[in-house]
Design a protein around this ligand. Sequence first.
Ligand code: NDP
Ligand code: MG
Length: 400
Amino acid sequence: MTQRIAVLGATGSIGDSTLAILAMHPDEFDVYALSGHQRLDKLLILCQQFRPQRVCVPTAATHDFAKRLQNAGLDTDVVGGETGLIDIATDNQTDTLVAAIVGAAGLPSTLAAARAGKRILLANKEALVMAGAVMTNAVKMHNATLLPLDSEHNAIFQCLPPEIQRDTTQIHAPKYGVRKLWLTASGGPFLQQTFAQMQQAGVAEAIKHPNWSMGQKISVDSATMMNKGLELIEACHLFDLSEDKINVVIHPQSIIHSMVEYSDGSFLAQLGSPDMKTPIAHALSYPERMDSGSQPLDLYALSGLEFIEPDLQKFACLRLARTAMQAGTQATIVLNAANERAVSAFLAGRIRLTDIADINEQALNQVSTGSLGHDADIEEIMAIDKVARKRTDTLIMKLA
Ligand code: NDP
Ligand code: MG
């Protein structure tokens, strides 16, 4: 049967890769709905190409966008804003949600999809950083399916036995022998540079990732290694483990996408070219396999695989993520919010790249520790997020 797919965040980098795969397999997948935020010209072209039944744009743009669709001869149903995203995510016709919005803006629709029992392909790691237990609990309670698109988590998922893939609480069963998870990190564009050089880096250098082509926010997060910090928190929630069971290792070639260490000494790894089409195709077709259109890995051309322990002074954001995870959900919400604000300030040329970690740390120091209940509502989470953003903006103002 055709799987009906909603791609929220269709105009972004994950959206591009997802739609490229969907275009290769028109008989298996139907592009049911799309969303965009600022790049509405691009969204219009996508609507012409994929002819979704529904599309979501910012509320203020709905009227104008509906007109543009009409002029293009399309009768796509247009919805607006956060309620529109939630409407699409929970729509009876939606089988699978590709959660590819960046940042906290992706949380409400992703959580709503979990509560509606959907199959969720998760790129939006911020949703788990902000609402980890709430999300995983909703997935369990409503029989939803959560499959990771983030390449590291997708790699780990692939290296785990099917019993744990189906029920991650089984990761604690001694018979499966899972000792540790190893998240690989490229180290980003500043791996070979000093902290002082990193301090002077402009936006163009910071977003020039050596191996992956990605959206701006995650590219800056890769440069500070906050991305790996967010991924550490994401992995704790996805695989039901505490942070001390998850190690991070820098692997500059980005060929091994992550590993699982077993009690008998085996390390299982997933390898591939650094191309998001591979994990996306894996999750779209899971438990089967299909062509992703990514370049196969040329093993003969590989000159060597390196593994380096991360420098937590230079990449303080990684240390902060562990601290936040130990402190609880309030802290991870604050860390995520502070980081989003600090990254925007850096992209706007207001602060230096290395100020991001300082600001994140100051924001974290203002949090009282504590976790939210599994059934915390989204308003509670968004309220903590909002206060943290305000406080962070004050910190940024003092610095800028
Ligand atoms: P992009 O910046 O390329 O795309 C982000 C998408 O979100 C765009 O469609 C954008 O719309 C939309 N968007 C932005 N702000 C809002 C908002 N306030 N409300 C609704 N929609 C919004 O990001 P990426 O594709 O790189 O990343 C998306 C997510 O996937 C992130 O959470 C990232 O961490 C994660 N991820 C990305 C990877 C990658 O390789 N790119 C790898 C692993 C995870 P528009 O462009 O129209 O403004
Ligand atoms: Mg990743």
